[in-house]
Design a binder for this molecule. Structure first.
Ligand SMILES: Cc1cc2nc3c(=O)[nH]c(=O)nc-3n(C[C@H](O)[C@H](O)[C@H](O)COP(=O)(O)OP(=O)(O)OC[C@H]3O[C@@H](n4cnc5c(N)ncnc54)[C@H](O)[C@@H]3O)c2cc1C
Ligand SMILES: *[C@@H]1O[C@H](CO)[C@@H](O)[C@H](O)[C@H]1NC(C)=O
Ligand SMILES: *[C@@H]1O[C@H](CO)[C@@H](O)[C@H](O)[C@H]1NC(C)=O
Length: 505
């Protein structure tokens, strides 16, 4: 019999990190593993919905870097959830460095389409500067504190030196660079690129492979993984209020032995555990950092929770009778001609939140989706959008599309938007490295309690989830790897000689 086989293990959160941890522990013989999930569903930020007869991804959409090193890709292949093209060697070998080459259309606020020759120098400049930003982490330099400040300084330098032949073109290109900053806010999940640390930006690593989607929906992956868990592993509708650790919950006693941890749900129900793996999103941790653990978390973990960034990125799906974009178009950029100051924030959020919407991606292929666009909006403007009714959002965006296309009769048929900030168990979208953060902050988030060196029972509270991965934070594969990491930590705890001595159960 394996040591620790009967260890009482509780996993909090049934997103991919929690499911991954449970699957691995159970497969290796642990027979007392349960998952407590706040909501009535599994998947967390993997959430497939529908718009009319179409499936749409409310949360994660792509496998970023679908190639052999990516465990989400490997699982998706194993479960046969991808189309042939996505699995091809050729697709796996493509290096895009995080920015898939979408074929764009540009529309400007004066109601005209802009041509790609005029916009190309701005796209190129953006890519060059963006790549430079990624290099500062490894080179150990940080010429300015944030990506936004560096980007603005360098972009204005180039614009003022090289784009002077025609002031109108220069202004339009600068306006488009502002749009690209808004794109980057969505990618990073931040309010403004002025919040994203320049030196730490390159911590995020990309894998080879041209990003692909799940033709049947991302939740298919969750369904297949869940099928491998014993029935009743997950207890739904169990929002956890407090994790009492270090033997502080007085009533906690099980026949013959005492567990060091007691997890208390909002309902008052309690669960004893030897080990708890917390996979709760950073947004929730930020909001409940002082009450979630009893005794409180060590200061260095609290400070890292406060320092790390967790912003909002939302999607707004729109279905049209007829496309107003070109047949080959994959992304639509909205260029506000009066915005040439490279500002990625809106000063009057209530009146002008929609200016933060950078534009749309086009759902492909049209044969399956019809004419559906996905709008993207990040930051406080996105959080404000969540408080409006669907009809208010629809009206505002319809106005914008009419203005930018110059066609006063265009009317989307249906709308669906995400509301990740209002989601009480997510409180935003995903993690970014904020100004002043470093690799150490992520290490602090991931560090189990009690801290190393303590004489108390080890590995009482452990941490997994997207926010705890040094280079793949903000992704599905990052989250999955951290779930496995914490499962492995327990496995080796019970299989190394030290574990056998200290943890006889
Ligand atoms: C709009 C959007 C788009 C995205 N796009 C992509 C993409 O294209 N590709 C990609 O790789 N990644 C993408 N991501 C990120 C990806 O979805 C996440 O990184 C990943 O799903 C996180 O998994 P997780 O297990 O760490 O957390 P989650 O999936 O958030 O799981 C955490 C679980 O904990 C539960 N929980 C929270 N609080 C409590 C509590 N107190 N008690 C009990 N349970 C609790 C939650 O309900 C949830 O089910 C996107 C995310 C969003 C929001
Ligand atoms: C845990 O309990 C022990 C004594 O039982 C105490 O010495 C230690 O400080 C406690 N640790 C924390 C983090 O509260
Ligand atoms: C405007 O949009 C409507 C609805 O999509 C379409 O039928 C019409 O042809 C468009 N008009 C022009 C001038 O493109």
């Amino acid at each position: 019999m394996m040591a620790g086989q009967n260890a009482n293990i509780l996993i909090i959160g049934c997103g991919i990190a929690g499911i991954g941890a449970a699957q691995r522990l159970i497969r290796h013989g642990f027979n007392n593993v349960r998952v407590l999930e706040a909501t009535s569903r599994s998947g967390g930020r993997i959430k497939t919905g529908s718009l009319g007869s179409n499936i749409v991804e409310i949360g994660a959409n792509w496998i970023h870097g679908p190639s052999q090193e990516n465990p989400v890709f490997r699982l998706a292949c194993q479960y046969q959830l991808l189309d042939k093209e996505s699995m091809s060697e050729e697709n796996q070998a493509v290096e895009v460095g995080g920015h898939p080459p979408f074929i764009p259309n540009w529309f400007s606020s004066s109601g005209r389409k802009l041509d790609s020759e005029m916009m190309a120098p701005a796209s190129e400049l953006f890519m060059t500067l963006f790549e430079k930003c990624q290099e500062f982490h490894d080179s150990g330099e940080e010429p300015l504190p944030t990506v936004g400040e560096y980007f603005k300084r360098e972009a204005l330098k180039v614009a003022n030196e090289e784009w002077n032949e025609d002031q109108t073109t220069k202004k339009l290109r600068l306006a488009y660079l502002g749009t690209l900053l808004k794109v980057e806010c969505c990618v990073s999940g931040t309010h403004t690129m002025d919040d994203v640390g320049l030196g730490a930006f390159g911590m995020y690593k990309t894998l080879p492979g041209l990003d692909c989607t799940f033709p049947g929906g991302y939740e298919g992956l969750i369904k297949h993984m869940m099928n491998e868990l014993p029935k009743d592993t997950v207890l739904y509708n169990k929002p956890v209020k407090c994790i009492h650790w270090n033997n502080t919950y007085k009533q906690s006693s099980q026949k013959g032995r005492t567990c060091p941890v007691t997890v208390e749900c909002i309902s008052g129900e309690t669960f004893d555990a030897d080990h708890v793996i917390v996979t709760i999103p950073l947004g929730y941790l930020k909001k409940h950092q002082h009450t979630l653990l009893q005794p409180s978390m060590p200061l260095r973990k609290l400070h890292s929770i406060q320092r790390m960034g967790f912003g909002t990125n939302n999607k707004i799906f729109l279905e049209f009778e007829m496309p107003f974009w070109d047949e080959d178009c994959e992304a639509i950029y909205l260029v506000w001609e009066d915005e040439s100051a490279l500002a990625d924030i809106v000063s009057d959020v209530k009146m002008a939140w929609v200016r933060k919407l950078f534009g749309f991606t086009v759902l492909k292929p049209a044969e399956t989706f019809g004419h559906v666009l996905c709008g993207w909006i990040a930051g406080h403007e996105s959080e404000y959008m969540e408080t409006l009714t669907e009809l208010e959002v629809l009206n505002t965006i319809t106005q914008v599309i009419r203005r930018f296309t110059g066609n006063a009769t265009i009317a989307p048929k249906k709308l669906l938007r995400s509301q990740w900030f209002l989601d009480p168990y997510t409180c935003g979208s995903y993690t970014y490295v904020a100004k002043g953060c470093s690799d150490f902050d992520i290490d602090n988030l991931a560090e189990p309690l009690p801290l190393p060196g303590s004489k108390d029972q080890p590995l009482q509270v452990m941490f997994a989830g997207e926010a705890t991965h040094r280079s793949f934070f903000s992704t599905v594969h990052g989250a999955l790897i951290t779930g496995w990491r914490e499962a492995d930590r327990l496995l080796s705890h019970y299989t190394t000689p030290a574990g056998l001595v200290t943890s006889k159960l």
